[in-house]
Ligand binder design. Sequence first.
Ligand SMILES: Nc1nc2c(ncn2[C@@H]2O[C@H](COP(=O)(O)OP(=O)(O)OP(=O)(O)O)[C@@H](O)[C@H]2O)c(=O)[nH]1
Ligand SMILES: [Mg+2]
Length: 303
Amino acid sequence: MASTNQSPAYLKAQGKFFSANTDEERLEALEGMIKECPKHKSSENMLANLKTRYKKLKVKITKVKKSGKSSFRGIKKEDMQIAIIGFANSGKSSLLSDLTNAQPKISEMQFTTKKPIIGMMNHETINMQIIENPAIESEYYDKGLTNTADTIIMLVENSEQINKIKEKLKKTKAEKIVAFNKTDKLNELQKRKLSATLQSKKYNFVLISTKTKENIEQLKEKIFQTFDKIRVYTKEPGKEKSPRPIIMKQNSTVKDVAEKILKGFSEKVKETKIWGPSSKFPGQKIGLKHKIKDLDIVEFKTR
Ligand SMILES: Nc1nc2c(ncn2[C@@H]2O[C@H](COP(=O)(O)OP(=O)(O)OP(=O)(O)O)[C@@H](O)[C@H]2O)c(=O)[nH]1
Ligand SMILES: [Mg+2]
């Protein structure tokens, strides 16, 4: 992956590969790299490597598609899937439209949503799939969908609803966030009391209002936090950090980051420097075993 004598078009494709978050994006970037890779003798090996990687990734993507875990036909399970669950009229569609690009019908009538609705949320350049599950007390509610979700937003407008929803979620291993909606109807004292109660029950909660948009951003960050993932920016010496972070598991090392960029890449790395939460000082030189933290910036020097 050393970038000597590569054309700007190739480097651009490589840049996309570096900052890709899904296999689909990686595949697309690889396609670009193959196209832009010089077709002469000295780059034969490199081209062959790229092609092998492309084929393997393609096989992997096809397999994942075929296994399609969700019970709801047509919903492809993304890396990070979140389901909004709640009683009729709690504001599920309103929330979905605040968090994502979806435009569901919102109405004071009950049971407006009769089918799961999918939206894509972009939070700090990361895409997460959010699905509104129809009202939990209705025949339209999709149990399978709740079971495949990684994170569940329990959307409620009063405390009793929390217990009722919990009853139905006994089997799910998903992370849960209690989003208490319509808090525009409460005064400051009521909100403080409510917070204290939810705190004492140890819920991961947030008081929101889709009407005033209060705490919608906090909810987005909370959703991301449930995934136990960390964001890492990469950079090349003398350049700006990548525009989009790479998503890594907790406890990953600098070597893991290099290998996520491209298998075998860590062996080509001559020097690494780090900025951000895991560094003792900006630009600290570190080894490949160094553990990264959320929002670090890692610089790889290859020659
Ligand atoms: N005051 C207030 N009203 C809200 C808020 N969020 C939603 N509503 C209202 O609540 C009603 C129901 O909203 P929806 O978003 O359609 O609720 P839903 O949970 O999707 O309802 P169903 O799809 O029928 O189950 C609408 O009249 C919304 O305008 C809020 O934060 N404050
Ligand atoms: Mg709805």
